[in-house]
Design a protein around this ligand. Structure first.
Ligand code: ARG
Ligand code: ZN
Length: 892
């Protein structure tokens, strides 16, 4: 059944306290829960409503009296008790089987240890409870378990008591001083060890920080610990928010559906976002760990102290917290160019993943209006587009204005469960601004387009910039109203310098700005700049000031000019991407034409005859050789738009043609720039000990993208370089880049290198994941390669990281092979979705989304995709998760 936002009703009873006792056994865990509740005065006469799933109810007592089957009803996962008094104490005893819980929601076992995941609706798999975020209680938790098997017993808050019990068992009692919704409950029990540290807050108060891992991993916790301390300090400095607990724990678990979880005082993490040392983790892993540790820590205020009224408001905490972690990562790099690199990275993710979502069958507003399964709405729209929406407040109100809004938000809502409207109201009121129209960013789905055009009047020395917005229809939303869009604009003179900007009708400012944030609120608006001495080149949407598609007819020359001169690093990069996209689309069409003309010629010979693109080649050469630019930035410029990005630009996606075109361009660039590439390879070697800092990792990124270009030449020199780097690397970043270069080449040593890698890292699950991904995304890989790898003894669908490393990597990361013309990729996909549906619906539903864009392919491929979708749809016992995704795919 579909759940609608408009149907929100306040809870019938509010919870005061929750006392829980766990007797932890893998196959039969007993849970005794005592809840004290009070009727919501506004809901007189209504039933008590408790949610429960896959539970065995042993006993239920209300105010001391045992209830029999006649006293309550259980229907569709809800237990209703009618006629209860206003003040109630409920005693509930239930049992579950954590060992058999492969969904990884609720209480489950991973490698012999107990863990929980309760967001969004996992708590109801632990006990019957009013499991909704607007019901908050104060928790006391008693854990009992075998002392040898489960020496460590953790839950939220503070440890208030521990001791021994008969029969080799022991207990620990935890108390969380803050009231919280049930989705923030957590427990961990097992054989774990920790790195710990006392940390002094700015106030002088000392707190205990711990990072818990399995034995043997203590050499991989330092970076997470450092990231945690940096996060604590950053939130004090940037937002004046202090850690409110005496103890803060992070626990790593190998089986986890998502990235991590912000349970109060007891964050539980996917190992992927905790464990790092130079031997096993890449620079990207290091950066991700910092971001995710920050993200979960920042939730302590944005999510936990102020939480969501209902799950439609998910972006209230997620969009805001992603924005906060993005700003944190940027501040950790510190430099302006580093900030720009981070911004470009974030926008790349948005365009690669969120724009397609916004254009597909699962498109939904940042604050959805309905869902079938909430787990399907932990999306790039709610998270990443949500973060862009929060960023726009800061762009419109300024950093100080944004901070004022945050302060008012906490002043008004600390300890409450609130809505996205409450957040917007705090921003508006603190800044005395009308942000009514801004609400449409929450309610309308789809990616807006902004078409820009300019008219320069040489006589009057004015420039008119006309902006026209529109937004394509999305499922359930045909017509859209204008958004409130901040458009940051600069104008470059013929020397490439920023002009001082004044807008018509304004008094001339004392120190005129060179970037102006224009507020586009109507369908079409014209902004007039005065005192524009010469015809400028406009730099529009600087810093990607809004999550829109900007349409402007730049000439190749203008793009090359912006690439060379724009003071806004984002738009400098953007100009290169536009130029490359233009070129790649033309090449793709050329490949298709060659194919259609029936000429039995190789793509290479057809494309080889095309005129060389000097604008792009020269611009890339200039950037590559410009040592005044950050190496990390140069790497981004040299990276061509992905095959997925190009696909999204096409009316009908042709994965093989796109692949051929992009590979051709990479080879051509490698040839034309070979000398420059070699020089850059040498100039960016890292000497000395490994460090994941931005400067060192930027140099490695540049060097390794250069190596990947050189590898396109597939000659002996390239093979030697890759082999040498593979043999001599003192860190995983360089090792993996070299191994990828070898794997994608015809080098003799590639089989051996892959084997050696496996043997060396057999005990490191996270590295074996990389080994699978590398092969699933290799250029030579096809569905048979992946089928063979799925038979490897190290492969299992049961572990989400492993499933993602092979299956998801192939279906989402190797488009030309996945979309093989015989449809074999789709058959494989259907098999895997069906297999996962049985064990882990959440992960299955994620994989189901690989087919989102099926209507954009040729009719031949569409038919095969539809057949695969139907096959999944017709599977018996389809989970709500998978059913929702497939149904929406087939009907939108
Ligand atoms: N709140 C978590 C985070 O963003 C994500 C948890 C999502 N879990 C889930 N089962 N949907 O950090
Ligand atoms: Zn989050």
């Amino acid at each position: 059944p579909t759940i609608y936002r408009k149907d929100y009703a306040a809870p019938t009873y509010f919870v005061d306290t929750v006392e829980m006792g766990f007797d932890l056994e893998p196959e039969l865990t007993r849970v005794a829960t005592r809840i004290t509740m009070q009727r919501n005065p506004a809901a007189a006469g209504k039933d008590i409503e408790l949610y429960g799933e896959e539970l065995d109810l042993v006993q239920l007592r209300l105010n001391g009296k045992t209830l029999t089957a006649r006293d309550y009803r259980v229907q569709g996962g809800i237990l209703r008790i009618p006629g209860a008094p206003a003040k109630v104490t409920l005693d509930i005893e239930t049992t579950t089987n954590p060992q058999r819980n492969t969904s990884l929601m609720g209480l489950y076992v991973s490698n012999g240890n107990f863990f929980t995941q309760c967001e969004a609706e996992g708590f109801r798999k632990i006990t019957y409870f009013p499991d909704r975020p607007d019901v908050m209680g104060k928790y006391t938790v008693m854990l009992r378990a075998d002392k040898k098997k489960y020496p460590v017993l953790l839950s939220n808050g503070n440890l208030i008591e521990e001791g021994n019990l008969p029969d080799g068992r022991h207990y620990a009692k935890w108390e969380d001083p803050f009231k919280k919704p049930s989705y923030l409950f957590a427990l961990v029990a097992g054989k774990l060890v920790c790195q710990e540290e006392k940390y002094k807050l700015q106030s002088g108060r000392e707190v205990l920080l711990q990072v818990w891992v399995e034995d043997g991993n203590l050499d991989k916790t330092q970076h997470a610990m450092d990231s945690l301390k940096n996060s604590i300090r950053w939130d004090e400095e940037r937002f004046g928010l202090e850690l409110d607990l005496d103890r803060f724990m992070i626990v790593a678990v190998g089986d986890f559906n998502m990235g991590a979880m912000e349970n109060k005082g007891l964050n539980i993490f996917n190992t992927k976002f905790v464990l790092a040392n130079p031997r096993i983790a890449t620079d990207v892993d290091y950066a991700n760990i910092e971001a995710v540790v920050g993200h979960e820590y920042f939730h302590n205020w944005t999510g936990n102290r102020v939480t969501c009224r209902d799950w439609f408001q998910l972006s209230l905490k997620e969009g805001l917290t992603v924005f906060r972690d993005q700003e944190f990562s940027a501040d950790m790099i510190g430099s302006d160019s580093g900030r720009a690199v981070k911004r470009i990275d974030d926008v790349r993710v948005l365009r690669q993943a969120q724009f397609p979502e916004d254009a597909g069958p699962m498109a939904h507003p940042v604050r959805p209006d309905s869902f079938v399964e909430i787990n399907n709405f932990y999306t790039v729209t709610v998270y990443e587009k949500g973060a862009e929406v929060v960023r726009m407040y800061q762009t419109l109100l300024g950093r100080d204005g944004f901070r004022k809004g945050m302060d008012l938000y906490f002043k008004r809502h600390d300890g409450q469960a609130v809505t996205c409207d409450d957040f917007r109201a705090a921003m508006a009121d603190a800044n005395k601004r009308d942000l009514k129209q801004f609400e449409r960013w929450y309610s309308q789905s789809g990616t807006p387009r902004v078409a820009a055009s300019v008219r320069y009047d040489a006589k009057a020395k004015t420039l008119e910039l006309t902006l026209e917005q529109s937004c394509p229809s999305t499922p359930g939303q045909k017509k859209k109203l204008p958004f409130h869009i901040p458009v940051a604009v600069g104008l470059l003179d013929s020397k490439g310098k920023d002009m001082a900007l004044s807008l018509s009708g304004e008094k001339t400012a004392k120190s005129p700005q060179t970037t102006r944030v224009l507020e586009l609120t109507q369908a079409k608006q014209t902004f007039k700049f005065t005192d524009v001495a010469e015809k400028p080149v406009p730099s529009i949407l600087r810093g990607f000031s809004a999550p829109v598609v900007l349409e402007y007819e730049y000439s190749d020359a203008e793009l090359a000019f912006l690439m060379a001169h724009d003071s806004d690093a984002f738009n400098r990069w953007e100009a290169g991407q536009r130029l490359a996209t233009r070129r790649l689309l033309n090449l793709t069409i050329a490949v298709q034409a060659a194919r259609q003309s029936g000429h039995v010629v190789s793509v290479e010979s057809v494309l080889g005859n095309l005129q060389q693109d000097d604008a792009l080649t020269n611009a890339l050469r200039t950037t590559l050789n410009d040592t005044s630019l950050d190496p990390a930035f140069r790497e981004l410029v040299l990276t061509l738009p992905s095959e997925t990005m190009i696909a999204e630009q096409m009316e009908v996606i042709d994965p093989q043609a796109i692949h051929a075109a992009r590979q051709f361009l990479r080879r051509t660039l490698a040839k034309d720039l070979s000398a420059d590439l070699l020089a850059a390879y040498e100039a960016n070697q890292n000497k000395g000990a490994y460090s994941p800092d931005a400067t060192a990792s930027g140099k490695r990124a540049l060097k390794n993208v250069v190596l990947s270009y050189l590898a396109e030449l597939d000659d002996e020199q390239a093979h030697t370089l890759a082999q040498q780097q593979c043999d001599n690397a003192n860190n995983m970043t360089d090792r993996l880049a070299a191994l990828a270069a070898l794997t994608n080449s015809r080098a003799e040593g590639k089989g051996k290198a892959l084997e050696a890698f496996y043997t060396e890292f057999e005990q490191e699950a996270l590295v074996i994941d990389k080994w699978f991904t590398l092969q699933a995304t290799a250029r030579t890989a096809d569905v048979e390669t992946v089928r063979a790898l799925a038979q490897h003894p190290a492969f299992t669908l049961k572990n989400p990281n492993r499933a993602r490393s092979l299956i998801f990597s192939f279906c989402n990361g190797n488009p030309s092979a996945f979309h093989a013309l015989d449809g074999s990729g789709y058959t494989f996909w259907a098999e895997q979705v069906i297999a996962l549906n049985g064990s882990n619906p959440q992960v299955a539903a994620r994989l189901a989304r690989s087919m989102d864009r099926w209507r954009k392919y040729s009719t031949t491929l569409q038919e095969k995709m539809r057949a695969a979708l139907r096959q999944v749809a017709d599977t018996p016992n389809l989970s709500r998760d998978v059913a929702e995704v497939i149904t929406k795919s087939l009907s939108n």
